[in-house]
Design a protein around this ligand. Structure first.
Ligand code: UDX
Length: 448
């Protein structure tokens, strides 16, 4: 089967590479010549564990090629996947559909024979039906050019695994022919027993935003509990662990701390709330605004905690910021809570020295006012306070005594609940984390 993948960003590049490795003939398409040149020469333009090796394998097999020509894509493909971005609009909470519309508008005139166009991008519900009309109108093949929706659930850092072995496949279709084409395209995935849900276009679109909203809700729920813990002296870490033993609740996405960022969860919940309002059912997901609010407050509270541990003022203080990426195993700094906190501390007068294992370059370009170091210990040299903002494993492995030897003051704020408080306190550190008491509960007990 011959597939094209339109859009070679995070989602598209991963999808194109994995589909070629699974045995399909694949043509990756993008309007960005530099991205296409990079990929064609074997370079993945972003950080994703395991993907560079697979790109080499796919290129060597001769089954993966790249182009900037939509005419070539139209001639080549039986199934065309649309994998372009849907960022938040600059002046509104709505999703910006410019790229999705442009992809269909450029591809459709090149579809001269029966073909299936499959949207994978995250879109407001109702977009697929609109695009289906546009496709029929613009394609020389007319009604023979059909639209389907197949939302993508991959996580950065686990993109290869999530594509090769997803939790489920969702196929939004309007004909048995479209379903059959998609089942053929995903045959290697389905052969592993991956569950498949076949449904209509609008349900398929909704599954994605409903899933991301649920995940964001889980994170904000535990962070809301952290606020209660802060007011009562309770420990949100213990609370989350105790909740997780209930299988109905589960422990995943229940990690308290600085909250969610990245290119998906924050903009997806806002676009969903906005779309629901347009549909006249805004009240149904009004809670998503609360979820967003709780999440934003975590960043402000983390700054407050750093100010507090510094004695009420960070002006003139040296802060070591460990982490810049929105999460570990990624170089993505879109809506990164870490850099938001770092910038707020700088605005309050601190000198902030950032270290991140993968996102240093992009952070340096986007935040030139911050200072940068090439190791955690280097960043911590002479620091008045260390703030852990992204939970990379290498930060978990830092010996408290080694860091104690280079800092000015042994004060640490663990924004991600990644460190063992007992170990750091035993090495003489003042350890603080949002939603955790200043001393461990048992120590408190003994003191009474
Ligand atoms: C998310 C969805 O998980 C994925 O299914 C979808 O396709 C795209 O959006 P991603 O943005 O890659 O994926 O990151 P994810 O692993 O979901 O983490 C999002 C944010 O939540 C990160 O900033 C992370 O640090 C934070 N997070 C996650 C928490 O604060 N607590 C948790 O318990 C889990």
């Amino acid at each position: 089967m011959r597939l094209t993948v339109i859009g070679t960003g995070y989602l598209g590049a991963t999808h194109a590479i994995c589909m070629a490795v699974m045995g399909h003939e694949v043509l990756g398409v993008d309007v960005d010549t530099s991205k296409i040149e990079k990929l064609a020469s074997g370079q993945v333009p972003f950080f994703e564990p395991g993907l560079p090796e697979l790109l080499t394998k796919a290129l060597d097999s001769g089954r993966l090629r790249f182009t900037t020509s939509f005419a070539e894509a139209g001639d080549f493909g039986d199934v065309h996947f649309i994998c372009v971005g849907t960022p938040q609009q600059a002046d509104s909470e709505a999703a910006d559909l410019t790229y999705v519309d442009a992809a269909v508008t450029m591809l459709a005139p090149c579809l001269r024979r029966r073909a299936l166009v499959v949207g994978k991008s995250t879109v407001p519900v109702g977009t697929a039906a609109r695009l289906a009309g546009l496709l029929r109108e613009l394609a020389p093949a007319g009604n023979e050019a059909e639209l389907a929706w197949n939302p993508e659930f991959l996580r950065e850092g686990f993109a290869v695994d999530d594509t090769m072995r997803p939790d489920r496949l969702v196929l939004g279709v309007t004909s048995a022919w479209a379903e059959e084409r998609l089942r053929d395209a995903f045959e290697p995935v389905l052969a592993q027993g991956v569950p498949v849900k076949v449904t209509d276009l609008q349900t398929a679109e909704l599954v994605k935003v409903a899933a991301n909203s649920f995940l964001a809700t889980k994170i904000s729920y535990i962070n809301a509990m952290a606020e209660i813990c802060e007011a009562t002296g309770a420990d949100v870490h213990d609370l989350a662990e105790a909740l997780a033993y209930d299988d109905r609740i589960g422990g995943r996405f229940l990690r308290p701390g600085l909250g969610f960022g990245g290119g998906c969860l924050p903009k997806d919940i806002r676009a969903f709330a906005h779309r629901a309002e347009e549909l006249g059912v805004g009240q149904a997901v009004g809670f998503l605004r609360e979820i967003d609010g709780i999440n934003r407050r975590r960043r402000a509270r983390t700054v407050d905690l750093v100010v507090e541990i510094c004695g009420g003022d960070v002006a003139g203080k040296r802060v070591a910021a460990l982490g810049a990426a929105f999460k570990p195993n990624s170089d993505d700094i879109r809506d990164a809570p870490a850099l938001d906190v770092a910038e707020r501390l700088r605005a309050a007068g601190a000198t902030v020295v950032v270290y991140d294992p993968a996102a240093l370059e992009s952070a340096r370009r986007a935040h030139p006012g911050l200072e940068y170091s090439t190791s955690a210990l280097d960043a911590a040299r002479g620091a008045d306070v260390v703030v852990l903002l992204t939970e990379w494993n290498e930060f978990r492995e830092i010996a408290p005594s080694a860091m104690a030897a280079v800092v000015r003051h042994r004060k640490i704020v663990d924004g991600r609940h990644a460190l063992d408080p007992a170990g750091w306190r035993a090495a003489g550190w003042e350890y603080r984390a949002l939603g955790r008491p200043t001393v461990a509960p048992l120590e408190k007990e003994h003191r009474r």
